[in-house]
Design a binder for this molecule. Sequence first.
Ligand code: ATP
Ligand code: MG
Length: 444
Amino acid sequence: MTAAPASHWRGALAPPAGVLDVSRRLEDAGYETWCVGGAVRDAVLGRPSLDWDLATAARPEQVQQLFRRTVPKGIAFGTVGVLDRDGVMHEVTTFRRDVRTDGRHAVVEFGASLADDLARRDFTINAIAYRPATGAVADPFDGVGDLARRVVRAVGEPGERMREDRLRALRAIRFAARFGFAIDSATWAAIVASGPHLGRLSPERVREELEKTMRQAPRPAWALERWRAAGALATLAPALDAQPPEAFAACDCLPPPTLAARPQRLWNRMTAPWLGLERAEVDRALTALRCSRQEVRWAADLAGRWHLLAPAFRAHLADGAPPPPDAELRRWAAACGRTLAAPVLRLAAARFAAERAAGVPAPGAGAVRAVYRRVVRIAYRDPIEVADLAVDGGDLAEAGVRAGPLVGRILRRLLDDVVEEPGRNTRGWLLDRARFLSSQADTI
Ligand code: ATP
Ligand code: MG
């Protein structure tokens, strides 16, 4: 095992006290223990990390015996969650090697060495280890060098590694997008060769990759374009494959969905690429990816509103067009409803920004911002939903409108009248109008 030369990043290899305690306990019992994976990579990159995973020579049952508080995280894969004295959990995994893989699942074997364990990892940058007990660094595939060269490279023979687990194709793209790295050419060739086989992956794993990409990549469009170039979209989301680059670039123009942010930020980034598709198509595709019902509805509803309103946005917000009147903005707010009015405009702003950046004529940022503020104010000030009307179905029945679907149709018509002119939202005006509409029942 080659020890990497000491250099500036060594000081960053500073796991939290809880991790050091767990490692010391294992080492004192005679089990070699190393920090591995993402946290070591991030430390070398100078990025702080919360999850420091440990790999150890101890078997899962030995880990369980050594610590008072453990959680069986994935015993079959050798992973035990160990709670430190502050109750924070750390994953401790027995050194392992793969004995069999089928592109989806691995069967692992214990009794392996650190060298075996690092050799089964996906990319060189994820196969660096640090041993707190001695300060040693193990970097058999020159992951530190690849971090300095800013490149994602498969451990070992790329084609073989991708065949073992097709998810690695998507992971490579995600890590490159997250850190702004290039993808090594042989690794890229293996990713492209994987494209047609990605259908073997479970939809849950694919969704998770997409979601992590949206969270972690400062510019997810780069990753989506790599998915397209590798044939991953053709296999996994054919409806997206034909979308223009601006549909993906819109993701880059939305604020990053940090963990502390409201979940809508993530959903908006997940929605942006699909805006050009029909509502039902978005519903179908995201349901197939096992997105939550809530997420699917959010995306499908927004796509539906986008189809309805994008032409009006483009016409009224074009360079040189006069500011749209309040009545127009009320129509937009009414078409969206209070919950979706702001998100539709946020997505529209992102999409238009992406179009302009691509040289496609689209409304300017200033016009969209101004209208966003006005629409939000209007949506909370003016009547824009049936529930805001000064009358309800019961009032219409009393006024002589016969029960049944006609009531709902008349209420919708009354709302249209009120959206045109909010001053009409009085019982007197609405009931008069309802009686008239009721007398014309055949034509409405
Ligand atoms: P993140 O910060 O996104 O969690 P990570 O590198 O910690 O990044 P994980 O998915 O948590 O990624 O995996 C932890 C480690 O396990 C990786 O660094 C890598 O060494 C290894 N690993 C994970 N998934 C695979 C895989 N599909 N094939 C091979 N090794 C993998
Ligand atoms: Mg991790």
